[in-house]
Design a protein around this ligand. Structure first.
Ligand code: GRF
Length: 209
């Protein structure tokens, strides 16, 4: 059974997609052992509690030094003894030690087709604003393993979504979430929990793809 820790900062719709997929049997051999947020008021924490999952908040605001926060965050993750860490809208710069300790065992969902519209400053609505400003006809979402860079680790899954001329950033964000993020993040976890992921020359592939 793959033990999964999900790290969140916002509404938790990606967490909800994982919970629903586990309930519906779309994710097998995995369980969420804990949810961690940096924001006390993140609705994702409410979702976790509603599902009976241990949920903790580790907020940078509670620590005088960043180093102390980093240590507390690493300890919180380790306390759930995860086999896989899932970043689902976690908007905190990760401590290097956390990334190092969970190399090839940490994934992130990004709301664009990396490497486009990724990297420092590209998160939330801004991603979709830039996609629209560029006049892109297609966007989507990416699940990738986390490395020491920003949105730069090996790509496991991507799913494309149509951009419509009439789209606002909010409408496009919702379509990307519904049609891409909430589909490929659960699928990525199921691939990992069932040993269907292969690392090859710094890239990663799903078996039978
Ligand atoms: C999603 O748009 C995701 O792509 C990004 O942060 C947002 C998280 O939303 N990484 P939610 O908290 O899962 O609803």
């Amino acid at each position: 059974m793959l033990r999964v820790v999900v790290m969140v900062s916002g509404g938790g719709t990606n967490l909800q997609a994982i919970l629903d997929a586990m309930k519906d049997g779309k994710i097998t051999n995995a369980e969420i052992s804990g949810v961690i947020s940096n924001k006390k008021d993140a609705y994702a924490l409410t979702r976790a509690e509603g599902a009976g999952i241990p949920a903790v908040c580790v907020s940078p605001k509670d620590y005088a030094q960043r180093e102390d926060f980093n240590e507390a965050l690493l300890a919180a993750v380790d306390s759930f003894a995860p086999d896989l860490v899932v970043l689902a809208g976690f908007l905190v710069i990760l401590p290097e030690l956390l990334v190092k300790n969970y190399k090839n065992r940490m994934i992130n969902i990004h709301p664009a087709l990396l490497p486009s519209f990724g990297g420092k400053g590209y998160y939330g609505l801004r991603v979709h604003e830039e996609v629209l400003a560029r006049g892109c006809k297609v966007t989507g979402a990416t699940v990738h393993f986390v490395d020491e860079g920003c949105d730069s680790g090996p790509i496991l899954l991507q799913k494309a979504v149509e951009v419509k001329h009439s789209d606002t950033p909010e409408v496009l964000q919702r379509r990307v979430m519904e049609e891409a993020e909430w589909q490929i993040l659960p699928r990525a976890i199921d691939l990992i929990s069932n040993g269907k992921v292969v690392f090859e020359d710094g890239r990663v592939f799903a078996k039978d793809m």
